[in-house]
Design a protein. Structure first.
Length: 689
C-alpha cells in the first residue's frame, strides 16, 4: 500500500479508523514513520518481520514527514490510552552502551525511590527488576548509571522525601548542635537514606514547638567561661542561685524531663563581667554561698552532728535549734562565722580532761584548777566529768598559761565598757547569769572597784559580736569606711561582726606596705623631686591599695631606685628616634641589617628603657647608599626612596636643553606615563626585607 503525495495525515482520526488489515498497515506507514520496528510490533501485537515488510513495500511512496514517536505515544495513538507498566516491551540491550535501555516504568520507579533509599540501594532494586523483566541473570544497573539518569530527569540523590535532613533541621531551629543532641538523647528519631539521616517533618515541628528562645541580643553564659579563664562549670550554678544579674534560663533543647536548659545574660552584663575579670575586681558571686559547697557541708554536718549537750552548737543555732532539712540549713549556715562553721562540721569530741589539758600545757593540775576558778579557762560538765575545749586550751597555752590571779588577767568594768563595747547593765546581766567572773578590788587604787575576767570579756564579745556602729566607733572610722575595709576580709554582712573580723580590719588599717615617696627618698639619701622624676621616666612605679589611698613603692621598685642612684638619667628621645621594627620598615631592609648599621656606627642609635632607638635622617641616608649599591631583579626599595628617585630623574630630564620647544616637557610627561604603572604596583605591594 502506498500513500499518494499530499494525502492527509490521519493522526487525529479515532483509533477505530485503524481496525482491520488495512488499518494497522496504515498506522505503520503514517504514525510509525521513523519509529522503531520493535515498538510498533509491541503496540500492534505483530511480528517485527511484518512491520519491516510493510515498510519495504511502501518505500516507493512519499510518506508524510513527522517526528519519530516513542512507544508510549504510539501505544496511546493505537489504543487510545497510555500503556500500563506490564504492557511495555522488554528493554533492548544497547551494544554501544553495554547496557539495557531505560524505559518509562523504570524512570517512574526511580522517581519514587529517590529520597527513600540510597543510590546503591536504588541500583540494586532496579537490577532485580531488570533481571525479572529481561530474563537475563547478568543484567545490572550500576550506581553511576542511576546517578546519570537522575541528573538527566532533573532529580538529585540528595533529595529526601517525607522529611528533612539534619542540616536543614538545624537551619530551621538555629543550630545543628541542638538537633544532634536531641537525636542522641532520643528526643528526635530519624531514618537513614543513604548516608543521610532524615527526620520526619511532623517530629521536627513538634520539637520546634517545645524550644524556648532567649531574649534578643542575650549572650550564652557558657561562652564567657573561656574568656574569663574559668575551668569549672560553676557559672550556671551561680546564675541558678541568683548571683549573676539579668541571667535567664532557656530550655533550648525542648521541654523534656531533666532538661535544665542554658543560661543567657544581657550584653551589658556579659561585657561588665569580662571587664571586671580582666581588672581583677571581685565577681558578683565572690564571698557568697555556693550550692555545691552547701550540699557538701550539709552532708558533713549530718554525719558529724554534735549531741544536744554541745553548748557551742546550742549557742550557734539559738532557740530555734539545729535545722532539720537542707532548706533551713542553706538559709542559716552561710551567715555564721568561719570558726562556727568549722565547729559544726568537725568531728565531735567532749574535749580534754583536766589531766590531758595539764599534760598538753606542761602545767600542774593545781594550775589548771586555779585558771578555771579565776575564769582564765572555761570547763563543761558532762556525765559528772569536767572537759575543756581544745581551742580554749590552745589559746590558754598561747597566752603563756595565765592563772587568772595576776593583774593583767582582770580589767576594770569602766575599761571593759570602753574596750569591748558592752554597757554596764549588760555586764551586770552577764554576772548575774554566771557568764563572767567578777571580783571587787581590796587594796590601793583598786579598792571597791568592780573587775571582770579579761579573757571571758573577749570570749563574750567574740561570741556575741559587734554592731556596725560599735565597730566603727571602736576603730574610729566612719561606717562607710568600715564596710569598704570589711569587703577585703570576706565578711558576709550577716548579724553582728565577730571580734576576729574586727581584728582583721584593724590590722588591715595599720598595715603599711612598701615605702612612700618621702620614705624612699630618706632611705636612699636623695631628694623627693629626684624620686618623682624617676617615677615619671618609668624607672619605678608606685602602687596603691584598693582599700586605701596611700601610694607606695614595692620592694622590687625600691631596688630599682637604689640601682638608679648615681646613674645619669636617660634623656628623653624625640620623634626623630624610632625603634628597631619601624626603622627596618623605613629603610626597606631587615631588622638584622639595621642592627649591623647601628653596631658599625653607620647610623646613630641611643639606648632607651625599651631598647635601642635609631635616628630617622641617618636611616634615610644609609638607605640611599645601600640601595644605590644593590643589584636587584625586582625593585624592593621603600616607597619614599622610589618617589625620590623618580623626582630626581624627572628634574634631570627637565633641566636638559631641548632641541625643539616643548621637547623637555614631552619627555618628562612620557617618563611619568611610563613609570606610573610601576609606581602603582610597588605602592600596592609592601617592601620585603
Amino acid at each position: 500500500m502506498m500513500l499518494e503525495p499530499g494525502h492527509s495525515d490521519p493522526a487525529g482520526l479515532d483509533a477505530q479508523a485503524y481496525e482491520g488489515e488495512l488499518g494497522w498497515k496504515t498506522f505503520v506507514l503514517v504514525q510509525g514513520h521513523g519509529c522503531r520496528a520493535r515498538d510498533l510490533a509491541a503496540v500492534l501485537g505483530r511480528p517485527e518481520a511484518e512491520i519491516r515488510r510493510v515498510r519495504d513495500q511502501a518505500r516507493g511512496g512519499s510518506p508524510v514527514q513527522r517526528r519519530p514517536q516513542g512507544f508510549a505515544a504510539l501505544f496511546e495513538a493505537w489504543h487510545g490510552r497510555p500503556p500500563a507498566d506490564e504492557e511495555w516491551p522488554r528493554p533492548a540491550f544497547v551494544k554501544g552502551r553495554g547496557a539495557y535501555e531505560w524505559q518509562q516504568p523504570e524512570l517512574t520507579l526511580i522517581a519514587t525511590l529517590v529520597g527513600q533509599i540510597s543510590v546503591p540501594a536504588i541500583a540494586a532494586a532496579l537490577s532485580a527488576r531488570l533481571r525479572e523483566v529481561t530474563g537475563d541473570p547478568s543484567a545490572t544497573r550500576s550506581a553511576s548509571s542511576v546517578q546519570n539518569v537522575l541528573c538527566s530527569i532533573g532529580l538529585q540523590a540528595a533529595d529526601v522525601m517525607g522529611g528533612v535532613t539534619v542540616r536543614d533541621a538545624g537551619a530551621a531551629v538555629g543550630t545543628t548542635t541542638r538537633i544532634q543532641q536531641a537525636l542522641r538523647k532520643g528526643r528526635l528519631t530519624g531514618r537513614k537514606v543513604g548516608q543521610r539521616l532524615v527526620i520526619a517533618r511532623e517530629d521536627l515541628e513538634a520539637f520546634q514547638e517545645q524550644l524556648e528562645v532567649p531574649p534578643e541580643g542575650y549572650v550564652a553564659l557558657s561562652s564567657l567561661r573561656e574568656p574569663m579563664g574559668l575551668l569549672s562549670g560553676k557559672l550556671a550554678e551561680f546564675a541558678r542561685m541568683g548571683y549573676i544579674p539579668s541571667a535567664v534560663q532557656v530550655r533550648v533543647n525542648g521541654r523534656q524531663a531533666g532538661d535544665t536548659g542554658l543560661w543567657f545574660v544581657s550584653p551589658g552584663v556579659a561585657e561588665q563581667l569580662l571587664v571586671d575579670r580582666q581588672a581583677g575586681k571581685p565577681m558578683p558571686w565572690a564571698g557568697r554561698p555556693q550550692l555545691s559547697n552547701l550540699k557538701a557541708s550539709w552532708k558533713l554536718f549530718q554525719e558529724r552532728r554534735h549531741p544536744e549537750s554541745c553548748e557551742t552548737c546550742c549557742n550557734l543555732w539559738g532557740h530555734g535549734g539545729a535545722p532539720l532539712d537542707f532548706a533551713g540549713f542553706a538559709a542559716r549556715y552561710p551567715g555564721l562565722a568561719h570558726g562556727a562553721k568549722r565547729h559544726l562540721t568537725m568531728k565531735w569530741t567532749p574535749g580534754l580532761t583536766l589531766d590531758e589539758a595539764a599534760s598538753r600545757a606542761g602545767r600542774s593540775m593545781s594550775d589548771v584548777r586555779t585558771a578555771l576558778r579565776n575564769g582564765a579557762l572555761v570547763a563543761t560538765l558532762r556525765d559528772g566529768q569536767m572537759f575543756l575545749s581544745k581551742s580554749d586550751v590552745a589559746r590558754w597555752i598561747a597566752r603563756k598559761c595565765p592563772l587568772g590571779d595576776g593583774r593583767g588577767s582582770w580589767i576594770a568594768i569602766e575599761e571593759a565598757v570602753e574596750q569591748y563595747g558592752f554597757s554596764r547593765e549588760e555586764f551586770k546581766g552577764f554576772i548575774e547569769r554566771d557568764e563572767i567572773e567578777s571580783q571587787i578590788g581590796m587594796e590601793g587604787a583598786a579598792l571597791g572597784r568592780l573587775f571582770l575576767a579579761r579573757q571571758q570579756c573577749v570570749s563574750l564579745r567574740d561570741r556575741i559580736g559587734y554592731t556596725e556602729e560599735h565597730a566603727a566607733a571602736r576603730l574610729k572610722i566612719t561606717i562607710d569606711e568600715l564596710r569598704a575595709l570589711m569587703d577585703g576580709v570576706h565578711w558576709r554582712r550577716s548579724g553582728r561582726i565577730p571580734m576576729s573580723t574586727l581584728q582583721a580590719v584593724q590590722k588591715r588599717m595599720q598595715s603599711c606596705h612598701g615605702h612612700t615617696v618621702e620614705e624612699a627618698a630618706a632611705l636612699l639619701g636623695v631628694t623627693v623631686d629626684w624620686v618623682q622624676a624617676r617615677v615619671q621616666d618609668g624607672t619605678a612605679t608606685l602602687k596603691r591599695n584598693s582599700w586605701g589611698g596611700r601610694p607606695y613603692f614595692a620592694e622590687p621598685m625600691l631596688q630599682a631606685l637604689k640601682a638608679a642612684v648615681g646613674v645619669e638619667p636617660k634623656r628623653a628621645l624625640g620623634a626623630e628616634w624610632i625603634s628597631l621594627s619601624p626603622a627596618a620598615a623605613l629603610a626597606g631592609v631587615s631588622t638584622g641589617t639595621v642592627m649591623k648599621w647601628g653596631e658599625g656606627a653607620l647610623v646613630r642609635r641611643e639606648a632607651s628603657d625599651r631598647g635601642w632607638r635609631y635616628h630617622v635622617e641617618d636611616l634615610r641616608q644609609q638607605a640611599r647608599t645601600h640601595w644605590s649599591q644593590t643589584r636587584y631583579k625586582r625593585d624592593k626599595r621603600p616607597q619614599w626612596l622610589i618617589d625620590e628617585s623618580l623626582a630626581c630623574d624627572a628634574s634631570a630630564l627637565a633641566s636638559q636643553p631641548a632641541e625643539r620647544p616643548g621637547e623637555s616637557v614631552q619627555v618628562v610627561s612620557a617618563l611619568q606615563v611610563y613609570c606610573a604603572p610601576l609606581t602603582d604596583h610597588i605602592a600596592a605591594e609592601p617592601p620585603r626585607c
